[in-house]
Design a protein around this ligand. Structure first.
Ligand code: BGC
Length: 383
């Protein structure tokens, strides 16, 4: 009897309090065990839900964006990213779907760079055009390690903060690097990805978010129909190994000109050297969009069929637009769909590829006492 009298007021109180809770963003982050790593460690998945019904899932494995649902012009929600249904699937991810890539996202020529007079050798895990390079942080980069996640929420935002400490010498890079990545889903339908890092010895880095987008919400379709705008007057031509040559070339008059919206597939097969070398679009554009404080307008992507739009703003100097040219139907992802050629694209804000070897690139060096900071805002809407 006694315990019942104590319980009843508590139940009544929680009923009274719940409408207040719902007015804010309370209870809009949940977490669950996603699965086990090969060594038995648990990886969790965090689900972020905003006031408009958007849902983003983020896992501690690879600080990966597992999925994000976005409404089309009729209010129908669908996941607009490639990936896997389970942690076991993600453990096979060699395409960097949804991942946080690092330490150095994109390519480093020959897997070599010199820092303060010392040469460093990285694994060469990629060889476009038969030319070896280091890609996306190495054999076991940031996309393949277990991060430590912690959720947060306030009235209008909710998210997850993920931390990873990369040991001195890991994947050949110097310095103990502590990286914190946050994903925030706002009630303005923005997904904000941020990375900050500190080191105990000079190192190089370029931490990059690597989601594959198909705004139709149907991963069996081609992104060749999507309309893309890149707020960039110049791009970086590459050699056959997809390493920038050092030239900063104007886009005007070329199929690389996305300063106004263009259907991606309209020019991708043109007889243009950069497109031949990249097997399609796979280049860095130097951003020259409108500024808002530290942020530069970088890209606008639209699926004309569903009306879904994604815009990207960043504090980084460049954006890699990769048109999914290496997808070839061999990877089976969410719902058993075999991801075909150009069924998704990446828009990766970053420093220049191979920046440590390119004197014309913005510096990619981080020293003790400094903080690296990369911000990327994806804003979703439909029209
Ligand atoms: C690169 C592609 C590469 C892909 C790997 C992109 O960032 O630009 O060349 O094949 O990552 O998934």
């Amino acid at each position: 009897m006694k315990s019942l009298t104590l319980v009843l007021p508590l139940v009544a109180m929680s009923v009274l309090l719940s409408p207040l809770d719902n007015a804010g963003a309370a209870d809009t982050v949940s977490e669950a065990v996603y699965g086990k790593m090969p060594d038995g460690a648990e990886a969790r998945v965090f689900t972020l839900t905003n006031a408009n019904g958007m849902e983003a899932k983020v896992t501690e494995y690879g600080a990966i964006l597992v999925s994000i649902t976005v409404a089309d012009k009729d209010g129908n929600f669908a996941d607009v990213t490639h990936g896997y249904d389970t942690l076991e699937g993600w453990l096979t991810n060699t395409s960097y779907f949804g991942a946080t890539v690092g330490r150095f996202g994109n390519r480093i020529a020959n897997g070599k760079f010199t820092l303060e007079g010392k040469e460093y050798n990285l694994a060469t895990n990629n060889d476009p055009g038969g030319i070896p390079c280091a890609l996306h942080g190495g054999i076991k980069g940031f996309d393949k390690v277990l991060w430590k996640g912690e959720s947060f929420e306030n009235d209008t935002d909710r998210g997850v903060k993920l931390t990873y400490v990369s040991a001195d010498g890991e994947e050949g890079y110097p310095g103990t690097l502590t990286t914190v990545v946050t994903y925030t889903l706002t009630d303005d339908d923005e997904l904000i990805w941020e990375a900050s890092a500190t080191t105990d010895a000079p190192t190089v880095l370029n931490v990059v978010h690597h989601s594959y987008w198909n705004l139709s919400g149907d991963a069996t379709t081609s992104i060749n129909d999507h309309e893309l705008t890149l707020y960039a007057d110049h791009y970086l031509p590459t050699d056959a190994g997809l390493i920038p040559t050092g030239e900063v070339a104007p886009v005007a008059g070329t199929p690389m000109d996305f300063t106004t919206a263009h259907v991606i597939g309209a020019r991708v097969e043109e007889d243009f050297e950069a497109l031949k070398l990249g097997a399609g679009y796979d280049h860095a554009w130097v951003l020259s969009g409108e500024k808002d404080g530290d942020l530069t307008k970088a890209a606008r992507l639209k699926d004309p069929e569903t009306g879904r739009v994604m815009t990207i703003a960043t504090n980084q100097p460049a954006i890699q637009f990769y048109g999914g040219n290496f997808l070839d139907g061999t990877v089976e992802g969410k719902g058993g769909v075999a991801y075909q050629h150009r069924s998704a694209l990446c828009l990766e804000t970053e420093n220049y590829p191979d920046a440590p070897n390119n004197p014309k690139a913005p510096p990619a060096v981080l020293k003790p006492g400094e903080t690296y900071y990369h911000k990327m805002i994806h804003a979703f809407s439909a029209e």
